[in-house]
Ligand binder design. Structure first.
Ligand SMILES: Nc1nc2c(ncn2[C@@H]2O[C@H](COP(=O)(O)OP(=O)(O)OP(=O)(O)O)[C@@H](O)[C@H]2O)c(=O)[nH]1
Ligand SMILES: [Mg+2]
Length: 331
């Protein structure tokens, strides 16, 4: 049945989509509810408006409680590395995670859709990376639990909204508030070493909603304003632009390598790599494979893609591995 929406309703709907504050959103939703024709054809729409209203109300009431959430912010690590996906309300964190993982975190066109951190696995080639969706970060007052989650993660994706004119000031506030919590978001290389008790986190700034008309101009401004220290990586979670490259950038950000262990006379299993920190030596791999290999290690042989020198070459325990090395352990 056609919905036969009135101009008054459409106007209220437009106001809702353009509303920036919770209060304005609520007012627009109430207006939508009052002006929507009430018949069978609009049943679903009315239910949706009600759900949105309930969510907004709940979010507004529960924010202080959220701040005291505590231990539930901890997320058990799994896969090749844990990446905290953080950012201001509505920047598209959940939608980006959905696009990268195929999972279905809740996405909503109102702020505070995501209420608690939740892990999702992203496939990159033959490994999996854990992406942790988080509730929106409040730039003026970053919750301690969220800061702790960032400190324990292996890397950070900071998702920003290229359609929001406030983004530069949000970033500025966020960076300085995090610094007060002894947490510095840095680019792909750490550069300096942090003082004791301070944390540096490798961060990629994902500039989302590149599909918008304003996006290009806003991105250029951000790059100019924040200079060389940060990497802005434009994507559109909605349209899929840039996502394939983003997967690879996330993997590189983690600074892990993949190594394959093989038995003599057999081929390595490329579906089952060991993921290890860059700088890992052969003896660390032996330890990861089995404690017998670690305890009884004699030597190993290595095959390296594109290398003349390492095509079955004998190596000792201190040999530093590179991404995609194939190793035959001998005991
Ligand atoms: N145009 C456009 N809209 C997007 C894009 N990504 C997300 N959105 C929209 O932005 C709104 C917010 O998306 P979410 O994924 O819920 O944002 P979030 O950052 O998880 O929001 P919170 O959980 O409230 O912090 C939704 O209406 C999305 O459909 C994009 O690439 N382009
Ligand atoms: Mg979300």
């Amino acid at each position: 049945m056609p919905a036969n929406l009135t101009p008054q309703y459409l106007e209220a709907d437009r106001k809702f989509r353009e509303a920036k504050t919770t209060q304005d959103k609520m007012k627009a939703l109430e207006e939508m509810m009052a002006t929507i024709p009430k018949h069978k054809g609009t049943e679903k729409m009315r239910a949706m408006i009600k759900t949105k209203m309930a969510k907004l109300k709940e979010a507004a009431q529960s924010r202080p409680v959220l701040a005291r959430r505590g231990p539930s912010f901890h997320v058990e690590k799994s896969g090749a590395g844990q990446v905290a996906v953080i950012g201001p309300p509505n920047s598209g964190k959940s939608r980006l995670i959905a696009a990268l993982t195929g999972a279905l975190p809740e996405v909503g066109d109102y702020p505070y859709t995501t209420r608690a951190p939740a892990p999702f696995m992203m496939k990159f080639e033959n490994i999996k990376v854990q992406l942790v969706d988080t509730p929106p970060i409040a730039p003026e007052e970053v919750e301690t639990e969220l800061a702790e989650l960032i400190k324990t993660a292996d890397a950070v994706l900071l998702v920003i909204d290229l359609t929001d004119q406030e983004t530069p000031s949000i970033l500025e506030t966020l960076f300085s508030r995090l610094k007060e919590k002894r947490l510095e978001l840095v680019g792909e290389s750490l550069g300096r070493t942090p003082e004791a008790g301070h944390f540096f986190k490798k961060t990629l700034i994902v500039a989302n909603k590149s599909d918008d008309l304003q996006a290009e101009e806003n991105l250029a401004f951000l790059k100019e304003y924040f200079g060389q220290g940060y990497i802005f990586f434009p994507v559109s979670a909605a349209r899929g632009d840039g996502l394939e490259d983003l997967r690879e950038r996330i993997f590189r950000l983690l600074d892990v390598i993949r190594a394959y262990s093989k038995v003599p006379g057999k081929k390595a299993d490329h579906n089952d790599p060991f993921s290890l920190k860059r700088g890992t030596t052969v003896i660390d791999l032996a330890r990861a494979v089995h404690k017998d290999f670690f305890e009884k290690f004699k030597y190993a042989r290595v095959w390296r893609k594109g290398s003349q020198s390492f095509q079955g070459q004998m190596i000792n325990r201190d040999f530093v591995l590179e991404d995609e090395d194939i190793v035959e352990l001998h005991i």
